[in-house]
Ligand binder design. Structure first.
Ligand code: PLP
Length: 456
C-alpha cells in the first residue's frame, strides 16, 4: 500500500477555532503583522515549531498518573534512566527541563576561556551557551549543506578533513566535539552512520570526547535506514544503538524526538565531568533525580523514547514531511531539497522575487499564509538576528520554515496547507512587502512590528 496512513487513531480531539478572512485581517492588524504576536488559539494550523508541540499517546497520558512525586530517587527516575540507557548506554543520565539547561551545564563544565567547540552546525541555543561559557563555537558542516541545488542525502554531515585540520592546529583547546543529529540549522538534514563513525574515529585518535546534540536522533536513524545502503535491512533500534555507541555523551531536548511537551537530559561517561554537572544541576535545576521535572514527566519521557523510535511511526513521520514537500513542489513552490526530517523550507526570494529583501518578503509570506488560511509559519534569517548582530545579515537566504508538530496534524491538514500555498502563488504579484515599524533587539523576531507597504 502506498497511501500514507497515520499509525494511530484519534481518541481525544482538540477543537480548532475557524475564522473568516475578515477576522484574520483584523487579528493580523492587531498583531502588528507579526504572526508570532498572534495568540495561538487564533491560529488554525500552527507550524511555528515542532518543539514541545507533540501529541502524547493515550499510554503516555495514562502513565502521568503513575508518576511518583517523591523528592529524591523516585521510581519514575529509574524508569526514565532505564529507557535512556537501553539505547544510549551512558553511565550518568541527568534529567533537565528541556534541552538548553543540559547545554548550559555541559558548556559550563567543559569550557574555559579560549576553548573551541567544533560541531557540524551549532543550534542557536548551543552556540549561545558555549559562547556564554567563553568558548568559541565553530561550524564545520560539509559544503553540500550550503548548496541548495545539491540532492546529497546527508547534507548534515561533519566535514571530516576540516575537523582533522582544526584538531591538528588546536587540539589542546578543544575539550569536546559535538555532532548535531539531525542538523537543525541546515534544514534538519541527517548525518550518515559513515560520517558519525568517521567523526568518532577522528575524535578517538585525538583522545577528545564526542557528544551528540541528539534532539532528532530518531528521525536521523530513519533517514540512515532509508538512504544508507548497508542499513536498509537493519532495525531502527539497532541503528539507534549503533549511533550512540560512537558517542561519549549527549544533550537532548525531549520536546523533539522523545515525544513529550517538556523535558530533556544530559548523559555522559566521564566521572569528573559528571560530578561537576550534578553540582550545577543541583544549583539551578533541582535534585539530580528530577532536574526540574515532575515525576510524571519522567514517565512520559520514558514511554516517548520507545514510541519515537517505532518504525511505523517514523515511516509515517518522514513520509508525511516528504508528501508535503512533493505536493508543494508540484504546485510550483520553491522548496529546499532533499526534505529534512521535521520541516519543509521555502525559498522565499525565489517565490516572492517581486518583493525586495528590504521589504521583508518572508514576513509577507507569513502574513499571506495566515490571511489566506489561518496557517502560522516561521520566518528565519531576515528578521532574526543573533544577539550581537547590529544589523540584518544579508548573506543568508530568506527562508520560511513549515515545522510539522509530531502526531498532531493529519494528511488532510497537509492538503489544506498545499491549497493555501497554491492560492497564494496564483495571486502573488498582488502581495506587497512590509515595513518594520518597531525594531526590538535582541529578540527581534519575537517582538518586531510591521505594516504593509501600500502600492502607490
Ligand atoms: C531544540 C533544540 C535545542 C534546544 O532544546 P530546547 O528544548 O528548546 O531547550 C538544542 N539543539 C537542537 C538541535 C534543537 O533542535
Amino acid at each position: 500500500m502506498k497511501t500514507i496512513i497515520e499509525p494511530f487513531r484519534i481518541k481525544s480531539v482538540e477543537r480548532l477555532k475557524m475564522t473568516t478572512e475578515a477576522q484574520r485581517k483584523h487579528l493580523l492588524k492587531n498583531a502588528h503583522y507579526n504572526v508570532v504576536l498572534l495568540n495561538s488559539d487564533d491560529v488554525l494550523i500552527d507550524l511555528l515549531t515542532d518543539s514541545g508541540t507533540t501529541a502524547m499517546s493515550s499510554e503516555q497520558w495514562a502513565s502521568l498518573h503513575l508518576g511518583d512525586e517523591s523528592y529524591v530517587r523516585s521510581p519514575s527516575y529509574y524508569k526514565f534512566v532505564a529507557a535512556v540507557q537501553k539505547y544510549m548506554p551512558f553511565k550518568y543520565v541527568l534529567p533537565t527541563h528541556q534541552g538548553r539547561p543540559a547545554e548550559r551545564i555541559l558548556a559550563s563544565v567543559v569550557s574555559q576561556d579560549g576553548s573551541i567547540i567544533p560541531n557540524n552546525s551549532h543550534f542557536d541555543t548551543t552556540r549561545a551557551n558555549f559562547s556564554h561559557a567563553k568558548a568559541t563555537p565553530i561550524d564545520l558542516v560539509i559544503d553540500e549543506a550550503k548548496d541548495p541545488t545539491s540532492l546529497y542525502p546527508f547534507k548534515g554531515n561533519m566535514d571530516i578533513p576540516k575537523l582533522a585540520l582544526l584538531l591538528e592546529k588546536s587540539q589542546q583547546n578543544i575539550p569536546l566535539i559535538m555532532l548535531t543529529i539531525t542538523n537543525n540549522s541546515v534544514g534538519g538534514q541527517p548525518v550518515s552512520m559513515a560520517n558519525i563513525r568517521q567523526t568518532s574515529e577522528l575524535c578517538k585518535s585525538f583522545n577528545i570526547p564526542l557528544f551528540f546534540d541528539a534532539c532528532r536522533f530518531a528521525e536521523n536513524a530513519y533517514l540512515i535506514k532509508r538512504n544508507e545502503a548497508e542499513y536498509q535491512d537493519v532495525s531502527i533500534k539497532s541503528i539507534v544503538q549503533e549511533m550512540f555507541s560512537y558517542a561519549d555523551g549527549m544533550t537532548m531536548s525531549a520536546k523533539k524526538d522523545a515525544l513529550v511537551n517538556t523535558g530533556g537530559w544530559l548523559a555522559l561517561n566521564d566521572d569528573h565531568w559528571a560530578e561537576k554537572a550534578m553540582d550545577q544541576l543541583l544549583l539551578t535545576e533541582g535534585f539530580i533525580t528530577y532536574g526540574g521535572l515532575a515525576g510524571r514527566d519522567l514517565h512520559a519521557m520514558a514511554l516517548g523514547i520507545e514510541e519515537g523510535i517505532d518504525e511505523d511511526y517514523l515511516k509515517y513521520r518522514i513520509n508525511s514531511i516528504e508528501y508535503l514537500g512533493n505536493a508543494l513542489d508540484k504546485v510550483g513552490i520553491p522548496v529546499h531539497k532533499p526534505f529534512g526530517g521535521h520541516a519543509i523550507y521555502i525559498d522565499v526570494e525565489a517565490m516572492f522575487s517581486h518583493i525586495p529583501v528590504s521589504a521583508h518578503p518572508g514576513q509577507a509570506l507569513n502574513m499571506a499564509l495566515y490571511e489566506e488560511a489561518g496557517i502560522r509559519a516561521c520566518e528565519i534569517s531576515s528578521v532574526k538576528l543573533d544577539n550581537s548582530a547590529k544589523q540584518q545579515n544579508t548573506s543568508e537566504k530568506i527562508i520560511v520554515r513549515l515545522a510539522i508538530p509530531r502526531r498532531v496534524y493529519t494528511k488532510s491538514h497537509l492538503d489544506y496547507i498545499v491549497e493555501a500555498f497554491d492560492n497564494i502563488n496564483r495571486r502573488k504579484e498582488q502581495i506587497q512587502g512590509l515595513n518594520m515599524t518597531l525594531d526590538a533587539h535582541p529578540l527581534r523576531q519575537y517582538a518586531a512590528q510591521f505594516e504593509p507597504i501600500i502600492a502607490q
